[in-house]
Write a new protein. Structure first.
Ligand SMILES: [Zn+2]
Length: 312
């Protein structure tokens, strides 16, 4: 069986034909923001899906979309720069235009589906996937099923709070976990550190890669900032583990590629907070899937799950 997986990302929209046996058959992408309006974007997206659907017998289309609300079945990518943005029912639109059954999922939750079917999550029936990149998001798999919540927004780990932290978050709140554990958060920690020690160095903030590289080379400031970051993450993970009792916590996203060196920090500060019954029971690891594959495999997995549930 073949499906099309679509990921609507801030930079690129990625599309792929995915076979239930052979995996990804074909990948393509185009620039999301290269379109002058939301309407123009929807037209180009639909045309790209249509062209792919001509190449094979496609049974489903799965779409991972930002801010997808499963109750209203609409998505509205609020961070995208178009004046004509409004909640849009893409499922209905594709089904009318292309006559192929379409399934939608929130983009962060789609990654958890990909991990469950293709990645490290294959070994686990109950786990949380934490995406650490520009921000911090995630998805929850319970008994091999995505736990979406009432509107599809579950797994917003990034906006859980850290006590005593007064950092302003993009969401309008203060003290959110992602104001520390994310690319932006790490840069902020670097800036705060420079201010605190009244450094005479220019206030240039290095790239995230450079901060990790410098820490690896022994730079004490970068080491301290990253240790602080991942201790906070570990402590917060303990809250999630107490609530969810998962078998594993799996990390993905841009920053996760550098995370192996800090897995012990995360694990130690997490396990310290856990009730004794939970200690030593959880696997902590980095996703084995490459991001560009995960983006398309997640929404495709949704389509495969749907067809399997119809068979069973
Ligand atoms: Zn927030």
């Amino acid at each position: 069986m073949k499906v099309i997986g679509v990921d609507i990302g801030g930079t690129n929209t990625e599309l792929g034909i995915v076979d239930s046996r052979d995996g990804i058959v074909k990948l393509s992408k185009f620039k999301t923001k290269g379109n002058e309006s939301f309407k123009a974007y929807i037209d180009i997206l639909t045309e790209n899906i249509r062209l792919l659907s001509l190449e094979h017998n496609i049974q489903y289309i799965g779409v991972g979309a930002p801010n997808y609300n499963s109750k209203t079945e609409t998505f509205c990518p609020v961070n995208f720069p178009w004046d004509d943005l409004e909640p849009f029912n893409l499922k209905q639109h594709i089904e009318v235009v292309l006559n192929i059954p379409t399934l939608m999922v929130n983009d962060a939750n789609a990654s958890a589906l990909a991990e469950n079917r293709y990645g490290a999550g294959k070994k686990y029936t109950d786990f949380a996937l934490i995406t650490v990149g520009t921000g911090l998001g995630g998805g929850i798999i319970i008994n091999n099923q995505l736990f979406e919540g009432a509107f599809g927004y579950s797994g917003e780990f990034g906006h859980t709070k850290i006590e005593g932290l007064d950092r302003q978050c993009n969401c309008g709140g203060t003290g959110c976990l992602e104001t520390i554990v994310s690319a932006n958060g790490i840069k902020k920690s670097y800036a705060v550190n420079m201010k605190e020690i009244k450094s005479s160095e220019p206030t240039h903030i290095p790239s995230i890669k450079m901060i990790f590289d410098k820490a690896k080379a022994g730079d004490e400031r970068c080491k301290a900032i990253l240790n602080f970051t991942f201790q906070k993450l570990g402590q917060k993970m303990a809250d999630f583990i107490h609530v969810l009792n998962p078998q594993a916590i799996i990390f993905c996203g841009n920053i996760s590629k550098s995370l192996d060196a800090y897995m012990d920090v995360i694990k130690t500060s997490c396990e310290e907070q856990l009730l004794s019954d939970f200690r030593g029971q959880v696997y902590y690891g980095v996703s084995e899937l490459l991001e560009d594959k995960m983006n398309v495999l997640g929404p495709a997995s949704l389509a495969f799950s749907k067809s399997e549930s119809l068979v069973n």
